[in-house]
Design a protein around this ligand. Structure first.
Ligand SMILES: [Zn+2]
Length: 167
């Protein structure tokens, strides 16, 4: 069943009618990478004033720092010239609703697979997860030294972004 994909193709046909951004450079113009959650209620570009071509936006469950995030940030910095990182978590995040053990059990029951060797990086305390992720990033030797790294929380009810920390 790919009902939504068909809708996407139809929507894209409309999108390209007014598409006039063909001359954008590959490196992000504002030299910034945003790490944020995949949550459907958060559209980082309009929320942060990011235009097409401005910024890398790295999204995953929770906006946490995992191997995939680090891989993307190294590429972002070393090959595409970004010089600043923003970590953006958000209120009512799904990552606040479970612990690793819960997901191990669900996957075991539904799929018969043992995923207990994985850390799904659930969040116990929202503010603390932002601080932890910013601190973790600032200690990574594979990121450029003295990279400004900021952490903030987006409120899914109001759209407001509140600063938590900056390094
Ligand atoms: Zn989330």
């Amino acid at each position: 069943m790919v009902a939504v994909f068909d809708d996407f193709l139809e929507a894209n046909a409309s999108y390209i009618k007014n598409f006039n951004n063909v001359d954008l450079e590959l490196p992000p113009k504002r030299q910034v990478a945003v790490v944020t959650c995949m949550d459907a209620r958060l559209h980082p570009a309009p929320a942060l004033g990011i235009k097409l071509g401005d910024s890398h936006i790295i999204r995953n469950a929770g906006g946490r720092i995992d191997e995939g995030t680090i891989r993307s940030l190294v590429i972002s910095q070393q090959l595409l010239g970004t010089k600043e990182i923003v970590v953006l978590h958000h209120t009512d995040c799904g990552m606040l609703t479970f612990e690793n053990e819960d997901l191990y059990q669900i996957v075991k029951e539904k799929l018969g697979e043992d995923v207990s060797d994985r850390d799904f990086l659930p969040i116990a305390d929202l503010e603390q997860s932002v601080v932890d992720d910013v601190n973790f990033l600032s200690g990574l030797k594979v990121l450029a030294p003295d990279t400004p790294i900021s952490g903030a929380i987006y409120d899914v009810k109001t759209g407001a972004v509140r600063e938590v920390t900056r390094k």
